[in-house]
Design a protein. Structure first.
Length: 299
């Protein structure tokens, strides 16, 4: 498939991906969208099939043989002809999709993706952007200690970007309550300034290494705190308001790295999304643990 790239939309967000790809779309197959190359830096993609190819198959056994001849590890994207696709998958080596422990890093083995789009036609890409099946990063969860499940977004972010706060780093967590992100940062050994008018979970409040400020995330003057190694923000607000906050902190020079969640209220605000994407040295991505939101990182 010369000059075509495959983009896999996160579940429920195909319209957002189609909007980003625009007129480049050539051939959709469920959540998988083939578009003209070269590869684009789109936010609403759970995975990117970098080198899709068409395999003409004569039988279930022939399909499995052709896939095995390319490489060992494959993940089936089940878009059509479900029974036939599952029988082909049964003839391929098993790929572990067990949740990983945070800190272990992503899987190292190459993982390709394939889809049966017609009884005699497979689209397969041995080279994909994500090491996780369909971009779904799953972790062994801690169901007892974190005050909210928001901690999974930070675990996934650090795993995907390959960098995280180090012991002794100073982190600012804006809109911290009840403390899911503060819990992650404290566990990494960072010093955390947690800012929110609402209180932290009692299990976190008062712990050594956590300072609480009962203020609004948007009212905090950057000059009122020491320069921070990381600024985090998972607060619920309109994207444009978050952008103004980020621009103010960047202009102040008081934060070195950023991780923020852009939460869309109603329709996706593509105009503000584009302004975030244009900030030098940053990237936008939709995490497996995101809902109708994107994670913006400047690290």
């Amino acid at each position: 498939m010369p000059d075509l790239i495959g983009y896999l939309a996160p579940d429920g967000f195909l319209p957002e991906l189609l909007h980003e790809l625009g007129s480049g779309v050539v051939e959709p197959h469920g959540r998988l969208v083939l578009a003209r190359g070269p590869m684009r830096d789109v936010a609403w993609a759970a995975n990117v099939w970098r080198n899709p190819r068409v395999l003409a198959i004569a039988s279930i056994g022939d399909a499995a043989k052709q896939l095995r001849a390319i490489q060992r590890n494959w993940a089936l994207l089940d878009v059509a002809h479900h029974r036939r696709a599952s029988l082909i998958a049964e003839n391929l080596p098993k790929v572990s999709a067990r949740p990983i422990a945070f800190g272990d890093g992503p899987p190292k083995a190459p993982l390709g993706s394939w889809a049966l789009v017609a009884p005699d036609r497979i689209i397969a890409s041995p080279d994909c952007a994500s090491p996780f099946p369909h971009g779904e990063a799953r972790f062994i969860e801690n169901r007892d200690d974190p005050p909210s499940r928001a901690y999974l977004k930070l675990w996934e972010t650090f795993t995907r970007i390959g960098v995280a706060p180090q012991r002794g780093d100073l982190c600012l967590d804006l809109g911290a309550s009840p403390g899911g992100w503060t819990w992650v940062l404290h566990g990494l050994g960072a010093h955390v300034i947690s800012v929110d008018k609402a209180p932290l979970d009692p299990r976190l409040a008062g712990l050594a290494g956590i300072t609480t400020l009962a203020e609004s995330a948007f009212g905090l003057d950057p000059l009122s705190v020491d320069p921070v190694d990381w600024l985090f923000c998972d607060v619920i607000c309109y994207p444009e308001r978050l952008l103004r906050l980020v621009e103010r902190w960047i202009a102040s020079g008081r934060a070195r790295r950023f991780v923020c969640t852009i939460k869309f209220q109603g329709a996706t605000d593509f105009a503000t999304q584009a302004r975030f994407a244009a900030i030098p040295g940053s990237r936008l991505m939709h995490l497996h643990h995101n809902k109708h939101e994107l994670t913006w990182v400047k690290a």
